[in-house]
Design a protein around this ligand. Structure first.
Ligand code: EPU
Length: 350
């Protein structure tokens, strides 16, 4: 185990915010974490688990011991009646794993192509795109307790998946609550890919691609290629313009609230949900408030997708976490004042 000190985190977060880690340890497997716990000084420190850094906003130097997850490995485990089970180390790049499954004719992850970040981060926020969420393909995961070094396995129910949410985003604030934020590090994720695969084309952008191609039964690879095209057209590439994907969750409202807003703003983008609630496009709400292309210092609102905040300063003069959060708060205030809706940030603010 090597402890790296005063390490720049700018290359390790997709926003490209400049901050430092006082101490950082790379975790390639259980043994590395156990070595940390065997060191009385390191064991006593609060810990921060860092995956691909694509869903965080750093508002200053990180004082907690940073555990950079680098657990590698991918393998096909077994076939059950309905699924092929595959496993990937938490440090693997998510999109590489999607490509690896498609290369082996294992469909199921194509709608989730090109999502930045690592496999280990995928259950934390239950990544989702174009009609599929991680929970639809999730089997189980192995994690390690950051206090005891004990390895445990969680199934989907135990992960408490919700929209961009899981048990890993919550702390056990009240007795009886089960939250694992800051308490566990995900080591490996096992996915269940359906053997009776059907294309998922319900999302408008994908339905349009299928129509253009003149097919209702595209291959998984074809869908993966379309998803890559759609994402490239709409979302900034973090390697070029720093960002953390969607900055806010899409809010849900009651049908009455929705009807009330439509009364004033007939163009409101909304989607009725199976549970009777209505999901609104946060990007549309922000856009309607005139935020597209606006800036606070070097933090900006992406001009092609108002839901994405970007680093306009590049690597030389990067936006600070403070600028990003000032911009985010100003957006929240204006959306609340106009629509009465409180937008909830999606990335983890550190
Ligand atoms: N819209 C605008 N103006 C904007 C942005 C969006 O009017 O500036 C409208 C669009 O025209 C569209 C609607 O809002 O009708 C929805 O936009 P989009 O299709 O781009 O999807 P989204 O709801 O903004 C969500 C996820 C994305 C995911 C896509 C595709 C969240 C918070 N975001 O975005 O996930 O890729 O759907 O499934 O749920 C992420 O979580 O980081 C992420 C990128």
């Amino acid at each position: 185990m090597i402890v790296e000190r005063n390490l720049p985190l700018q290359p390790l977060n997709s926003f490209g915010i400049a901050a430092r880690a006082g101490e950082l340890v790379r975790v390639r497997g259980e043994a590395d974490l156990r070595a940390v716990l065997a060191d009385p000084e390191l064991a006593a420190q609060p810990k921060f688990v860092l995956g691909g850094g694509s869903n965080i906003v750093l508002t200053g130097d990180v004082r907690a011991l940073v555990l950079k997850v680098e657990v590698a490995g991918r393998r096909v485990l077994e076939q059950t009646d309905r699924h092929t089970l595959v496993e990937a180390g938490a440090g693997e790049n998510w999109h590489d794993v999607v490509t690896w499954t498609l290369d082996q004719d294992l469909p199921g992850l194509e709608n989730l192509a090109l999502i930045p970040g690592t496999v280990g981060a995928s259950p934390v926020q239950n990544i989702g795109a174009y009609g599929v969420e991680l929970q639809d393909r999730f089997h189980e995961l192995d994690a390690i307790d950051l206090q005891t070094g004990e390895v445990f396995t969680l199934d989907a129910a135990q992960c408490g998946f919700g929209y961009r949410d899981s048990v890993f985003k919550h702390t056990a604030a009240t007795p009886g609550d089960f939250g694992l934020a800051g308490r566990a590090l995900i080591l490996r994720v096992r996915l269940a890919l359906p053997r009776a695969w059907q294309p998922e084309l319900s999302y408008l952008d994908l339905a349009r691609k299928a129509q253009e191609a003149g097919t209702a039964q595209p291959s998984a690879r074809q869908i993966g290629d379309w998803v890559v095209e759609i994402r490239r057209a709409k979302l900034p590439d973090p390697a070029v313009i720093g960002n953390a994907g969607s900055f806010f969750k899409n809010p849900t409202v009651t049908p009455e609230q929705c009807a009330d807003i439509i009364g004033r703003d007939p163009k409101l983008v909304h989607y009725p949900m199976p549970d009777g609630s209505v999901k609104l496009a946060a990007g549309w709400l922000i856009d309607a408030c005139g935020w597209r292309g606006k800036r606070v210092g070097n933090a900006g609102v992406y001009d092609k997708q108002a839901l994405v905040l970007v680093n306009r300063g590049g690597p030389e003069q990067p936006a600070t976490g403070g600028e990003v959060m000032t911009l985010a708060k100003a957006i929240q205030t204006s959306v609340y004042e106009r629509f009465g809706i409180r937008l909830e940030p999606e990335p983890v603010v550190v």
